[in-house]
Design a protein around this ligand. Sequence first.
Ligand SMILES: [Zn+2]
Length: 327
Amino acid sequence: MSLVKEYQCPHCNAPMDVNPEDAIFNCVSCGQAVLSDGSEFKDHYILKNTLNRTKIHEIVKDFIKKKGFMRGIKGYKITNITPTLTPFWVVTSDAYTHFVGYLRYSETKTRTVGSGKNRRTVTEHVTVYRPIDQEIREKRADVLLGRRGSSIYGYDKVRDIVRSEFSTAIPFNHDHLVGTEKEFDYLSSEIDLDAANQLGKTVVFDNHRARAQKACTKVFDCATQLTYTGTYFVHAPVWQVEYVFKDETYRIAILGSSGRIILGEIPVTTRFRMIFLTLTFLALGAAGAGSWFGRYEVYVPIIAGIVAAVIGFFTLKNTFKPKSVVD
Ligand SMILES: [Zn+2]
């Protein structure tokens, strides 16, 4: 039994094989976004890719030079570069929330009591209950992943970046795909428009509720109204890079629109471990010496102990793992 449905692209008439799990998919010939009933989806945007393979090599070189400081990473080799257009939904809305509750806090008050010889100042702590009645009114753009449980490297991170770069997204253009984004893999969305709107709504409700709870000790009532102002399907260009250093493979994800490193792995080399361990022993020695000379002050050994524990923890954490992850 074949699970694949067959359509014709409404834009270029090319035949399309469609996985029924996908809610929105893209024509491999022209990039047109198509809904699961075979009709065109209009609000399709893209963050324009500005990179090519040469630039990717330069970015990786810079990244390893900067983040690989003290590690002595020489002779790495890029083994794989995969440009992928990753799908997101951006749900824009006008959101309004009214909440009431109270805030409890304690105040220190000083007052003068008595008179003459018995006149004195007393300090007292009083608990204050302040009623809270506030509104949140804002325009929002909430970004959701277009795939469920995706294993694309750095995918969660891209979401936050898409939120800040969404204003630079341009309407999808068919000529672009055959030009700039020609070599990209297109990923379709497993989440449809209705599901995206529902998820977006939940995000706003949860966010406003959390803010009300932060402003109050107790929230009595919290009501949110949401008006959708547009839901967009946005593809972000992500360059997935793999490089090999001493037979181990490491990954880097780079955003094609800005050249920003989304997430990258850096080897933890023997040299790095040695330097790190040496510094740690020096720091522990200093902490020990500090507590000896400061032993008549109670707090000195305590602070030295805490410092030593923190340094020790970081050493364990950084020295025995094979790679560091940086963004
Ligand atoms: Zn097409």
